[in-house]
Design a protein around this ligand. Sequence first.
Ligand code: IMP
Length: 185
Amino acid sequence: MSFYSPEFVTCNDEKFKVLITKEEIQKRIAELGEQINKDYKDKKPIFIGILNGAFIFLADLMRHVSIPCEVDFYKLSSYGDEKVSSGKVTERKDLDADISGRHVIIVEDIVDTGLSANYIKNIVDRKKPASVSFVTLLHKPESIKYHIDVDYVGFEILPQFVLGYGLDYAQEGRNLAQVYVLDED
Ligand code: IMP
């Protein structure tokens, strides 16, 4: 099977180059899956994917999870169509599952300022789960404004705008199989 993974891509008239290859992404996700299998053995966790950005990461991650598990989705939006966070979180879809007493694994595409992560963590905590952990494919530690403990991180990156593998620029680029960054050259 071949996935959409050009060397360069133009999105909204701006040129992007590869930052993290599809091979690097898949290798790291397999490692995260293995870790989760060990940490959640006999716990039947429920994954909560944060839409839209986490849908591809969550799908690939779950295929490396070999213990019984469930999935549900929560939809937030904070970026609008810009390259910097709007600083406001809008809730667009609540959970369907009852997560009280459950072991919850929140799955994000990226932690940037930490605003969305804190918002969702508060909502999940109020629903009285047995435990909550947080997994993100990408983390920009230098951009953090709202502290959040992230239990599983795919890759730490610099505070730069990235695209692909679920992450969009004004809704485009989510279908790219690799993570791209602005090509300043
Ligand atoms: P935060 O609330 O500032 O941590 O931002 C979290 C959300 O903003 C993520 O779930 C993404 O949807 C979006 N986001 C943050 N950084 C980027 C980026 O570099 N590219 C695309 N979307 C981003």
